[in-house]
Design a protein around this ligand. Sequence first.
Ligand code: TXE
Length: 503
Amino acid sequence: HGSNGSSDDLTFPLEIPPAKIRFTKLFIGGEFVDSVSGKTFETIDPRTGETIARVSEGDKEDIDLAVGAARRAFDHGPWPRLPGAARAKIMHKFADLIDQHIEELATLDTLNAGKLFSWGKAVDIPSVANTLRYFAGAADKIHGQVLKMSRELHAYTLLEPIGVVGLIIPWNFPSTMFFVKVSPALAAGCTMVVKPAEQTPLSALFYAHLAKEAGIPDGVINVVSGYGPTAGAALTSHMNVDKVSFTGSTEVGRKVMQAAAASNLKTVSLELGGKSPLLIFDDADIDQAADLALLGVMHNKGEVCVAGSRVLVQEAIYDEFVKTLVEKAKEWVVGDPFHPNSRVGPQVDKKQYEKVMSYIEHGKREGATLLTGGKPAAKKGYYIEPTVFTDVTEDMMISRDEIFGPVMALMKFKTIEEGIKYANNTKYGLASGIVTKSLDIANTVSRSIKAGVVWINCYHGFDIDCPFGGYKMSGFGKDFGMEALHKYLQTKAVVTPIYNSPW
Ligand code: TXE
């Protein structure tokens, strides 16, 4: 089993748990069906680059069928009309079924996305079941307000499900992203068409099967696997879709908004890229800071929208911090994601692998100093060594662009004001972190950073109850928390005169 920096002793694949791929067809109107064209596409194992299975390739015609099924289920089906408690009961059953299949589901995400199996089993999959339970708990507590009007009118608001929603999800957290969108939409009473990322369709199709088993009525959840420019684009420009919730790149987020504007003005929420700063101040515990910095950007091999990819360190501790960081980087062992000791698996596919390697080359060419890593970590598969650059300046591509890999850009700052200025010098605003013992610094900086979340003395501090979403070009609209539920609801005002007045 390999360690960071040594590539020859890595043997891949190490342990492949028996995985039978059971679901490879589109799920429309409660049935697994072939695509209209009959076409399929390969889904690959990033540990080897080899094909795992062929999956039905949905396109515009399949999106039409899926939207039709969702429309019928919304306009005529029971789901939006059920009492909230009845929806909740079915959602709880769905969650229980997920709990019964944790290993199989974690295996699919490891095979398909190179994610750590141990993590999937202990964290990702159990927490998607809890996401369902969290929103199930809200399903019978959706209510409007009674309004105090200025005239002799009585009014109240109704919160109604927004309708048919299109959910477009990325490949870096195939299960988490599926349920972060599906769960509040279900609780609200919406029906939906999910378009998983082309790299990672397998768990989404399995969830479709479990949804049916749980008793979610046909047509409420439809899953159309396929590519972005075809199936994804058809969903965003569909005249019968009332809302699209998208997680992916900023570039495609822009296209989603354009398609919504050019079609039926459906509402859109976008969770996009980031280049999140982690600010480490002079008074920080250096060990803790180095651990957080590595966790921030190496977790899930850097394929995390909130990755703390810019680490800004105050000058008095910079040299010592760098020394500690390089030592600790060795703990981030690259290896087969099924192996319990691995902490960094392969990048999701060849395209992402090549993108990350090309940024590493840019970093070197731009004059940053490569402290550690920087090379492929295996002869086969898409493994990259945890990589740290220092002497990075604000104008370099590696400090501006989202790399989406295990690559850290280290910068030095002098004053608090300078730290804040560097932190905010980005088009993105998804996440940020601060390491300090000073309450004054923590308070000042957290109010000055333009980002959707500030983690103080922690990183990746997610919780389903905590709203999550970006500022600036990282998008808008929150996933997680009760704000997420409200994305799938719309407010209707009902007004009547109190007296028999001429109004
Ligand atoms: O993303 P895309 P890609 C960033 C990250 C990564 C880069 C490119 O920097 O390196 O994006 O990754 C669907 N209409 N993030 O190319 O294309 C697509 O099929 C409708 C950050 O994989 O944005 C997939 O389901 N949909 C991000 C989803 O969009 C379209 C997570 C995301 O893929 C479409 C992923 C279109 N025209 C990548 N084109 C995060 N915020 O976490 C594509 N899609």
